[in-house]
Design a protein around this ligand. Sequence first.
Ligand SMILES: [Cu+2]
Length: 110
Amino acid sequence: MRHLIAVVWTLSLGLGTAQAATVIVTQKNHAFVPSKIEIAVGDTVIFRNEDTVPHQVVSHTPAFQFDLDLERPGEERSQVFTQSGVIVVGCDLHSTMEVIVTVTPGPASK
Ligand SMILES: [Cu+2]
């Protein structure tokens, strides 16, 4: 019985690390870099402010809303994308900033 529990624990740990990925999008010179990413459902995007001014990362897609609040230079926020589709992400302070996040239903092929 103890052996079985150990095997199950190892399997779930392995799946977890294989499936969920983390992608970094920086904010620099009033722009998201890169401006387009493709991830899978369950992946995390880290929004890192490498700019000299604050930003506020928000979703512009009604089907998947989030607001990561004011983010000062040097700070970062993370968001897990739990829904597939094309999610347009912008900055609440600068209307020209935009990153297109395409979320595929399954694990992204790397
Ligand atoms: Cu901004």
